[in-house]
Design a protein around this ligand. Structure first.
Ligand code: EPU
Length: 418
């Protein structure tokens, strides 16, 4: 299996571009199932999870063409409504096929995603919402079997502002009879991007980006042409890369309004982050100050940036407390950071990080995407060589990460393992 080898200690300088957002492109690709015809999505990142959606869409019977960052999905020949375990187990977001398939074809059979490295991650709120819209749902041999001749609009209060749950229900509601109101909905920018595409398909949606979303169901929808928003988590990861190396980096395509909580914390720690015409610029002194963070739903500090920010705090001056409030088990990177010399103790959902003056490169590996990114960041700042194994996690969410980082001065390469 390939690994990433990093010689640490180089300051990053120059411009690094942000790709299209994985977590926006995934629901956008499933949304194509809501209409019959050819939808075109631009700015699609070249990632393993995107290839998985393409395979799933093909299993449903769609024709999918990919060409240099754009994807065309022709849904005219969709026949199957079954998302098999073999694919769902490799990507939990496959559950986003449930709402569109059920709404358009009246039936969906989607494997239940299993456990996950960062916590239990149930989908009970997706199912409860669909039931409120009149779906009959059964669990059968590890599959969710959902049926409804036509969904009907409903008032749905989400106990937690689940991101993919909000997306699934918003997509389902576009073809339901009457009005659906989603209360305590997720407010993430990816929800807004999806709503914009659904509106292009003919849907009537108000309030996306707030905690109350109103959707008027339509009889049918048409295909869309849309450009995926930039990846705010990739952008945030590069901002931290600039900060952790004491660098001087412009992250082109990054949007301040997507990253306000992270930027506030970077500034509090002593980094300078400014908006430029093309994106965001970060520069940082050799050592930052420790700051505390608590992860939360948008617009709070994103859980998807927690591991990367922890790598930064490992080298800051002072003691920082990081509390993970969204997922139950998202500290898998801690043991590996400790192997590089970090001083971290865990107490339940809180990590206490005493900043050290230097980290020392080591062979490390991680069990999830953002944890892997945090190890790459630590490696960029560490002395000597860091080898990050199991990089298929990284390839799920970061497009050409080593090429992008080399171009701004990092010494990092992908090495094919023996
Ligand atoms: N939850 C429930 N029941 C549900 C749904 C969620 O209890 O029916 C709980 C989860 O267990 C979790 C919390 O609600 O504790 C929030 O989970 P959410 O459903 O919002 O997460 P998700 O939709 O499965 C998306 C992203 C994740 C990101 C989270 C939180 C996609 C494809 N995935 O997951 O991205 O961490 O929102 O922002 O959009 C990543 O990119 O690395 C990643 C994990």
């Amino acid at each position: 299996m390939d690994k990433i080898v990093i010689q640490g200690g180089r300051r990053l300088r120059g411009s690094v571009p942000v790709s299209g957002a994985k977590n926006a492109a995934l629901p956008l690709l499933f949304a194509t199932l809501l209409g019959s015809g050819v939808s075109r999505l631009q700015n699609v990142p070249e990632l393993r999870d995107i290839r998985t959606v393409a395979k799933l869409l093909q299993i449903f019977g769609a024709e999918v063409r990919c060409d240099d960052g754009s994807m065309e999905v022709d849904t005219r020949s969709v026949l199957s409504v079954e998302a098999p375990y073999e694919l769902v187990k490799t990507m939990r977001a496959s559950v986003l096929s449930l709402g569109p398939l059920l709404a358009r074809f009246g039936h969906a059979r989607v494997s239940l995603p299993g456990g996950c490295a960062i916590g239990a991650r149930p989908i009970n709120l997706h199912l409860k919402g669909l039931e409120a819209m009149g779906a009959e749902i059964e669990l059968d041999h590890g599959y969710v079997e959902a049926r409804a001749a036509r969904l009907k609009g409903a008032r749905i209060y989400l106990d937690l502002p689940t991101v993919t749950g909000t997306e699934n229900l918003m997509m389902a509601a576009t073809l339901a009879r009457g009005e659906t109101v989603l209360e305590n909905a997720a407010c993430e920018p990816e929800i807004v991007d999806l709503a914009e595409a659904l509106i292009k398909m003919g849907a009537t949606i108000e309030g996306a980006g707030t905690d109350t979303i109103r959707i008027q169901g339509a009889d049918d929808l048409v295909p869309y042409e849309h450009k995926t928003m930039p990846d705010r988590i990739e952008a945030g990861t590069f901002l931290v890369a600039g900060a952790i190396t004491g660098g001087d980096l412009t992250v082109t395509g990054a949007r301040e309004r997507h990253l306000e909580a992270l930027i506030a914390k970077l500034r509090e720690a002593g980094a300078a982050v400014t908006e430029t015409g093309s994106g965001l610029h970060v520069s940082a002194p050799e050592r930052l100050s420790a700051v505390d963070i608590k992860t939360s739903y948008h617009p709070g500090f994103p859980t998807d940036m927690q591991a990367q920010f922890m790598a930064l705090m490992c080298l800051a001056e002072g003691t920082s407390l990081i509390r993970e409030n969204v997922f139950e088990n998202r500290f898998m990177h801690v043991c590996e950071l400790q192997r590089m010399g970090a001083d971290i103790t865990i107490d339940g959902h809180t990590a206490k990080i005493k900043g050290v003056e230097s980290l020392c490169g080591a062979p490390v590996m991680a069990t999830d995407l953002r944890a892997s990114a945090s190890l790459v960041l630590a490696g960029l700042a560490a002395e000597n060589t860091t080898e990050v194994a199991r990089i298929y996690h990284l390839d799920r969410g970061y497009e050409k990460i080593e090429r992008k980082l080399v171009a701004v001065g990092a010494s990092i390469e992908r090495v094919a393992a023996d």
